[in-house]
Write a protein that binds this ligand. Structure first.
Ligand code: C2O
Ligand code: CU
Length: 479
């Protein structure tokens, strides 16, 4: 499988290798055999997003919109994507949650060739596994808030298995976003999950130096509209609405509630959960996806939105309107947050007798306040990225990542090109929850298991752009 995929890459891989050898200058245009007719074309170019008639932002999007088009691919069916970059800087498109070779994964660290400014490039891969994935830019932004994932370069990517997705009456896609980011040292975080977890990673002596500038935003939207500005989601009593929810923010964890209704959680990061369960309030870190359905059994006009008044009033919400109901959209403050990944898992099975020994990789995350000028920097095992030497995987081996969050923020931690199983979080063990991104609570830890079955460079990072840019990354390589 791996071998065939690589061969199919043909010219892309070869040109990529040449480009890397030439110091990362990869401005080739694909011609001849490599220029297969694309199934999908993505054009990266400036767009205007009208969040509301009086709130219009200028950013970079895909095919003239932000979010970009909802892409649908068939699991296991090779696809050719042409990316045209109409901007003045090199770009990368990352396919988040797919098990595909590093050469096309869309990360500079993994040596995917960039799409040069005013250039084009063809990505060919075989999409898998089925589920709710997404695509987004993977460039660094550093202190430029008009680059990388601060822009509008994101969209849903649905990998379809052809199996019956279950019964529902309506399907909606909700990408949570913030706009017009700025630097501030006063940060309001949605890091409270109302969980009491053992703060095993809390340092004995806290670093009391003043915090560096972090990124915040003043405008929010779901997809391209601020609350109240777009069309409502129109429903009928008795309908079941399937919601695909993505936190496409570069900066913040978010929560979401719908008064008078519950979310029946079906899948996390696109992978079905062992124990589907209804919950009042969602919590979702940058990069994560939640698939849930809502039974529309409480007629009215409601606001689906952020529980914090300031965030919701700044745009993070959408109106849910039942047929023939006419009134002001209603908001009712939800109860305390109750999000806990382990609700959706099952209890861990006792270890089998002849299980291969699992190798443990310990990852310690620390924040250096103002470690880089006015900004904080982040250390993984005492060092900022890069530190390739430490993380070498042997193909076929099972691994356990112990992710120790020794900072005062909750971080959405993402592993490329692999699916992991959550085995411990908030001090509780669990099993059966398959993810690619998990929010590690502050001063707590998240433990995940995975099998090293995807040879190739593999990036691990915090999905908050600023953290990633200022050190919070690691690269895994196969021996
Ligand atoms: Cu969704 Cu490395 O990214
Ligand atoms: Cu982070």
């Amino acid at each position: 499988m791996q071998r065939r995929e690589f061969v199919r890459l043909g010219g892309v891989g070869a040109l990529g290798a040449l480009g890397a050898a030439a110091g990362g200058r990869t401005a080739q245009l694909l011609t001849g055999a490599a220029a297969a007719k694309p199934d999908i074309t993505l054009r990266i170019a400036p767009v205007i997003v009208e969040l509301a008639p009086t709130r219009v932002v200028s950013t970079i999007g895909y095919n003239g919109t932000s979010p970009g088009p909802i892409l649908r691919m068939r699991e296991g069916q090779p696809v050719t994507v042409e990316v045209i970059n109409d901007t003045d800087v090199p770009e990368l498109v990352h396919w988040h949650g797919l098990l595909i070779p590093s050469e096309v994964d869309g990360s500079e660290e993994e040596c995917t060739p960039a799409v040069e400014a005013h250039g084009r490039r063809v990505y060919q891969f075989t999409p898998r596994p089925a589920g709710t994935r997404w695509y987004h830019t993977h460039t660094m932004a550093m202190d430029d808030l008009h680059r990388g994932s601060y822009t509008g370069q994101f969209g849903f990517l649905m990998i379809e298995s052809g199996q019956n997705p279950g019964h529902y009456d309506q399907e909606v896609f909700l990408a949570l976003r913030d706009w017009e980011p700025f630097f501030t040292s006063e940060l309001m975080d949605t890091d409270e999950q109302n969980q009491k977890w053992p703060q095993t990673e809390r340092p004995a002596v806290l670093d009391t130096r003043p915090n560096g500038l972090e990124v915040s935003a003043a405008l929010y939207s779901i997809n391209d509209k601020a609350l109240g500005a777009g069309e409502p989601i129109r429903v009928k009593p008795g309908q079941r609405v399937l919601m695909h929810i993505l936190n496409a923010s570069a900066i913040e964890n978010r929560a979401l509630a719908l008064p008078g209704h519950q979310f029946m959680i079906l899948a996390l990061d696109g992978n079905p959960v062992p124990t589907p369960r209804a919950i009042d309030q969602l919590f979702i870190g940058p990069g994560e996806r939640i698939d849930a359905y809502v039974e529309m059994n409480n007629p009215g006009v409601w606001i689906l939105g952020a529980p914090e008044d300031d965030i919701r009033n700044a745009g993070l919400g959408v109106v849910i309107e039942y047929a023939s109901q006419r009134r002001q959209p209603q908001w009712i403050a939800p109860g305390p947050p109750s999000w806990d990944y382990t609700l959706f898992g099952h209890s861990p099975a006792p270890p089998k007798a002849n299980e291969p020994e699992r190798k443990i990789i310990d990852l310690r995350f620390e924040k250096l306040p103002r470690g880089r000028g006015p900004f904080n920097s982040f250390l993984v095992n005492g060092k900022e990225y890069p530190h390739e030497q430490e993380f070498v995987l042997r193909q076929g081996m099972p691994y356990r990542l112990i992710m120790r969050n020794r900072t005062d923020d909750a971080h959405p931690l993402h592993l490329h090109r692999h699916v992991f199983e959550l085995v411990e979080i908030y001090g509780k063990s669990t099993a059966g929850i398959l993810k690619d991104t998990v929010v590690a609570p502050y001063y707590g830890r998240a433990v995940v298991d995975f099998v090293a079955d995807q040879p190739g460079l593999t990036l691990f990072h915090c999905h908050i752009q600023q953290h990633m840019d200022f050190g919070f990354k690691a690269l895994f390589r196969y021996a």
